[in-house]
Design a protein around this ligand. Structure first.
Ligand code: ADP
Ligand code: MG
Length: 652
């Protein structure tokens, strides 16, 4: 039995030793203290991890000695060492579970976990978590870095998105993206401006709604084409939220995804109205030029015929004043011929071959005069409203302006069936290079006169032929189709341009741009007093005209005015006479004559070389005043009274 005791003791010892050896292999520190806070057991890792001198560690060593040692070597930080120790000892005495992390001055991080073991004491475990902490910190730092980068990227993305939006918003067009379910994903600000839609909520937008069902029906096919993968381009008209109707061009470009399927469509739509208008103006100008040449030539020939007819009928009327036949047969013929002459005059004014007697005209006054003039001849039920800025002046032939406005008002009367509203407005307008270029004008100051009616308006076909001479939609007898042709010719010749705004049942606005001029000096307004007419002997006239019949009529007129008349059939003949017949007091010459001598040259020679006191050009195919230069000019056909008046004008 005695042998068993040492055996049991040695067994326990063995077990104790192997347990201790095992504990020493663990890399976690371990201590066990008893209720008096004295050491019972520990392991190697405890001594190693906390760097305690080996001699401090023994069975029964006071726990407090370690606290003191630590405080002394600054393990708990600088400051009051006894206080640190007291605080820790108080905590230890509570014997409650605890877990703390502590960073040692050497940078090592320790996790200290205390657990009470009932009946035995208190076990404390020390782990070196320096590496774990470092890894954690690294992960944390990494995550923070990542987060910062993501934030940065998001901001950059947002910035570039904002930039992209800024760019597409600044394009004066519609830019959009529509996905394959036909749902808008993106629209630029153009959608807001044109249709009042919210670019922030593209998904809520419906093309059928903002375009209107009928416009949408018209373009549906193109949209389907784009969604089948074929780009589509097309033109159409749409109405904006402000009611304006514009002509647009749309391009749809399919967005083909990585899978080869159409993922959606990019849309670009721009306002093409101005461009098309400019194109139309060019075409119109070309057509008018050609028509002008044609009618101009015709009118010239007719003019000579009418000069002969009117002249001879005039003479006949003079000479047979008292016969009944004259009143019955000659007077109507003369009247008809005069109407023909008036028609020709209008044709010539279209063909821009009408000499203009331009003066500075006060627009305000001119409009009021015209309105007053027509008021009596237009039905009461037609309301006419005139609005003009004061102080607007244009350099224009006032009679022609009056005729042009009259034509516009008569058209407005017809368009409203005499039962509507017409307004005439005039305002100053600056034409900038682009707008001027579109209209074939030089940039600068203009006066814009708008004549608007709320009548039947015009469809495209009528609008495109509006200015054609003899184009009319009115029943025979009520329209000649020359009104707008006259307006066109006059405005063109005066250095202006015309815009037409009209659609069926939406009324018509004709806008005329005429070059502005400065108000004249008071002196220039003085009208020269008329000289009394008289048939006293006037001296010797040289009449130059290649058409014998015309010559005969004009000679008769000159004789009636008291001139002795020499005649020449061409320029060469006239030169001879000028050289050899002294005492010629008047040269009256045609402008265009066969034989290579121009009437203008002849007139200058007569005036400057032969000192003929008065020269006068006459022409049925008259150039613009600028081309006649400083020479007075009489328009064919003319009456005896008109010739007399022209010869009374003061010489310069
Ligand atoms: P006319 O008045 O003799 O027909 P115009 O040259 O003045 O000739 O006009 C040509 C055509 O243009 C008219 O027949 C008419 O169809 C159209 N038109 C002109 N002015 C207007 C207007 N204000 N509203 C509608 N249609 C117009
Ligand atoms: Mg008319």
């Amino acid at each position: 039995m005695t042998a068993t005791i040492p055996d049991a003791a040695s067994d326990r010892l063995k077990r104790h030793e192997s347990l201790q050896a095992g504990l020493d292999l663990i890399d976690q520190g371990f201590t066990l203290i008893d209720g008096d806070l004295r050491f019972v057991a520990w392991n190697e890792a405890f001594i190693r991890l906390l760097d305690f001198p080996r001699e401090m560690v023994f069975v029964g060593a006071p726990f407090e000695s370690f606290m003191r040692y630590n405080a002394a070597r600054g393990e708990y930080g600088p400051g009051d060492a006894p206080a640190y120790v007291a605080e820790r000892m108080a905590a230890a005495r509570r014997f409650t579970p605890h877990e703390i992390e502590r960073t040692r001055p050497n940078g090592q991080v320790l996790r200290v976990r205390g657990v009470p073991v009932p009946g035995i004491g208190f076990v404390t475990l020390y782990s070196d978590i320096t590496a774990q902490k470092a890894a954690e910190r690294q992960i944390r730092e990494h995550a923070a870095l990542l987060e910062a980068r993501v934030a940065e990227r998001t901001a950059a993305l947002r910035h570039s998105e904002a930039q992209l939006r800024l760019i597409t918003d600044s394009i004066p067009a519609l830019v959009a993206y529509v996905d394959r379910t036909r749902c808008y994903r993106y629209v630029n600000r153009g959608y807001q401006e044109w249709f009042g839609l919210d670019p922030a909520r593209p998904a809520a937008i419906s093309a059928r709604e903002f375009l209107g069902a009928s416009t949408y029906e018209g373009i549906k096919g193109h949209v389907a084409q784009a969604f089948s993968g074929q780009p589509a381009s097309f033109d159409y008209e749409l109405t904006r939220i402000d009611g304006s109707r514009i002509r647009v061009h749309t391009s749809l470009i399919p967005d083909i995804g990585a899978d080869g399927q159409v993922a959606g469509c990019f849309e670009l739509t721009f306002d093409n109205t101005e461009h098309l208008r400019a194109q139309e103006l060019v075409l119109r100008a070309q057509k008018m030029e050609a028509l002008g040449q044609l009618t101009g030539g015709l009118a010239h020939d007719f003019n000579n015929l009418l000069t002969v007819i009117i002249g001879n009928l005039g003479i006949l009327t003079e000479q047979r004043r008292d016969t009944a036949d004259t009143a019955e047969f000659v007077a109507p013929a003369l009247q008809a011929a005069r109407r023909g002459a008036e028609l020709i005059r209008r044709l010539l004014s279209f063909a821009r071959q009408q000499p203009l007697a331009a003066v500075a005209v006060n627009v305000h006054q001119a409009l009021i005069d015209v309105a007053r003039l027509v008021r009596r001849s237009l039905p009461e039920s037609l309301q006419i409203e005139v609005q003009a800025q004061s102080g607007l002046w244009i350099w224009i032939d006032p009679a022609e302006l009056e005729t042009a406005l009259l034509n516009l008002l008569l058209n407005a009367r017809d368009a409203t069936a005499g039962n509507g509203r017409v307004s005439i407005r005039a305002s100053a307008a600056e034409l900038l290079p682009d707008a001027a270029g579109d209209r074939g004008l030089a940039p600068g100051r203009y006066v814009r006169i708008d004549v608007s009616d709320d009548g039947c308006g015009m469809d495209e076909a009528t609008r495109s032929r509006l200015f054609d001479p003899f184009f009319t939609t009115k029943p025979p007898g009520s329209g000649t189709g020359l009104g707008m042709a006259m307006v066109y010719g006059f405005v063109n010749q005066s250095g202006g341009a015309i815009d037409v705004e009209s659609a069926p049942d939406r009324g018509t606005t004709i806008s005329i741009w005429l070059p502005a001029t400065d108000a004249p000096d008071d002196e220039a307004l003085d009208v020269p007093a008329e000289l009394p007419p008289g048939a006293q002997p006037q001296g010797l006239a040289l009449l130059v005209e290649d058409d014998a019949a015309v010559r005969q009529v004009v000679r008769h007129n000159l004789l009636a005015l008291g001139y002795a008349v020499l005649e020449a059939g061409n320029g060469a003949e006239a030169r001879q006479m000028l050289a050899h017949a002294p005492g010629i007091t008047l040269l009256l010459t045609d402008v265009v004559m066969p034989g290579g001598v121009d009437g203008r040259d002849l007139a200058r020679e007569a005036r400057d070389l032969h000192h003929v006191p008065r020269v006068l050009l006459m022409s049925g195919h008259a150039p613009a005043r600028a081309e006649a230069g400083d020479l007075p000019l009489l328009r064919k056909p003319f009456s005896a009274a008109e010739l007399a008046a022209a010869l009374r004008e003061p010489r310069e």
